[in-house]
Design a protein around this ligand. Structure first.
Ligand code: NHW
Ligand code: EN5
Length: 388
């Protein structure tokens, strides 16, 4: 069934439910001198490159490859359209390795035809903090599909991760592979229902008119929570404490320090938005919410070419009810002209999704660990990790 994945140190379907297997690494690290020193062989016409994202030109090529060939929904109506600024942010966190930004070019024309990336991340699984690679942006040009290029890309990123003495990875996919640590559901909150319906992202409900639908999704002009404001650089220590404390309750979650918070959560226009609640009395930071910006190209619509989507990232409510905090997030997203606000059923998101009029999407997201076995499959609410 899975000629490649059967050979990899990942949980196998046949082992599901076998509680005699220990939790933790599946294979032990090998001495670095035993890690293959040369890149894997590519088919003759292709060559490896390390992508320098400082280069505007390389960034443009990666952006173009992904814009035209990356993830689509199951009916091929929408395709993720990560912006260049987003890619730079997503791929250059503290301690990143340039060697983990891997491209494949056609030797003769130098055209970029495939891409895969890793970034380093400390991820806690139960009580163990493990240095991992987060692997993302695997993409093979549409014309080169089904030629078994993806396994070579995955082996090459694995090799380059091993060269940094890192032996575990985390990744997500819309497809089922051996074997998910959990399976999450996408939920969608319409902000601009007319456009969503016009482009086929959503449908007019039974016994609903357009004007009733618009009314249903209407939001207040102003946020409700006193002290709700944008996160600023001086908030990094307080937000780090708040988030670290919050993430303790989940089985799998990132182990963020202040440098990570500064990188991943300080607002960056059209990339990452973060808001917090500063108590008007005590000036304490009590609550926090964030979303990232990931537009999708709308394929083949006369009137619209881009769907502007916000994706829920990390949220923490200690004083403000989470429902009210997230409603304020919806209000700011609407004000900033997003068409839809998306969220997974991870962490405590289930407590607000239905009440805030999110509806389940047709997409699922499966989470995976490489070379780390979990004894049990998790519920989405036990997961404290959001990948981009
Ligand atoms: S998920 C998004 C992946 N990208 C897309 O869906 C974009 C559109 N599709 C494509 O570009 C986020 C191609 O269809 C791709 C497959 C490139 C997906 N993950 O070359 P072949 C990520 O980026 C397996 C993993 O012929 P193709 C996460 C498939 O099961 N494996 O297919 C990335 C089969 O193996 P099997 C995937 O269609 C995580 C083999 O690839 C996969 O031309 C990567 C077929 O290869 C997917 N999304 O290209 C793993 N899709 O065993 C990281 C298909 O079943 C692991 N496959 O025969 C950790 C590494 C680091 C470890 C460090 C210690
Ligand atoms: C790596 N970081 O399928 C991620 N999206 O539901 C890679 N559906 O947008 C893996 N098909 O349900 C990504 N509208 C896997 C996801 C790939 C993209 C994907 C789904 C998630 C999606 C939309 C559009 C469907 C178009 C037809 C969808 C319904 C919205 C409706 C709004 C009103 C209330 C009910 C729901």
């Amino acid at each position: 069934r899975h000629k490649f994945w059967e050979t990899q140190p990942v949980g196998q379907f046949k082992d599901l439910g076998d509680t005699s297997l220990p939790e933790g690494p599946i294979e032990q690290p090998t001495p670095l001198s035993e890690v293959k020193q040369e890149p894997y062989n590519l088919p003759g016409p292709y060559e490896w490159i390390t992508c320098d994202l400082d280069s505007e030109e390389v960034c443009n090529e990666v952006y173009a490859l992904l814009t035209n060939n990356y993830v689509e929904d199951d009916e091929n109506m929408f395709r993720f359209n990560y912006s260049k600024e987003f890619l730079r942010w997503a791929l250059r966190p503290p301690g990143y390795f340039r060697s983990w930004h891997i491209g494949v070019r056609v030797k003769s024309s130098k055209k970029l035809v495939a891409f895969i990336t890793g970034i380093p991340a400390k991820i806690r699984v139960h009580d163990a903090v493990v240095l991992m690679a987060e692997v993302n942006f695997l993409c093979v040009h549409k014309k080169l599909r089904s030629k078994r290029l993806a396994p070579v890309m995955i082996k090459e990123v694995t090799r380059r991760v091993h060269l940094e003495n890192i032996w575990q990875a985390a990744y997500t996919a819309g497809v089922v592979l051996p074997t998910p640590i959990t399976t999450c559901q996408y939920w969608h909150r319409s902000l601009n229902p007319k456009k969503l319906i016009d482009v086929g992202f959503s449908r007019l409900g039974a016994r609903m008119t357009m004007s009733r639908t618009i009314k249903l999704y209407k939001l207040p002009e102003q946020t409700a929570t006193p002290g709700f404001r944008k996160m600023e650089p001086h908030d990094v220590p307080a937000v780090t404490r708040l988030l670290r404390n919050y993430l303790k309750q989940f089985v799998v979650a990132p182990d963020f320090d202040e440098n990570d918070i500064e990188h991943w959560l300080l607002p960056k226009e059209d990339v990452i938005d973060s808001y917090l609640v500063e108590s008007p009395e005590t000036h304490e930071i009590t609550d926090f919410c964030s979303f990232y910006t990931l537009p999708s190209s709308i394929l083949g619509n006369q009137n619209h070419s881009i769907l502007k989507a916000a994706y829920s990232y990390y949220n923490v409510a200690t004083k403000t009810p989470l429902l009210q905090l997230m409603n304020d997030a919806l209000i700011v997203a609407k004000k900033k002209d997003y068409d839809v606000f998306n969220a997974l059923d991870v962490m405590q998101n289930e407590t607000f999704l239905k009440e805030l009029k999110f509806g389940p999407g047709d997409g699922k997201l499966h989470y995976y660990l490489y070379n780390y076995r979990l004894r049990h499959v998790l519920r989405p609410s036990e997961l404290g990790l959001v990948l981009l």
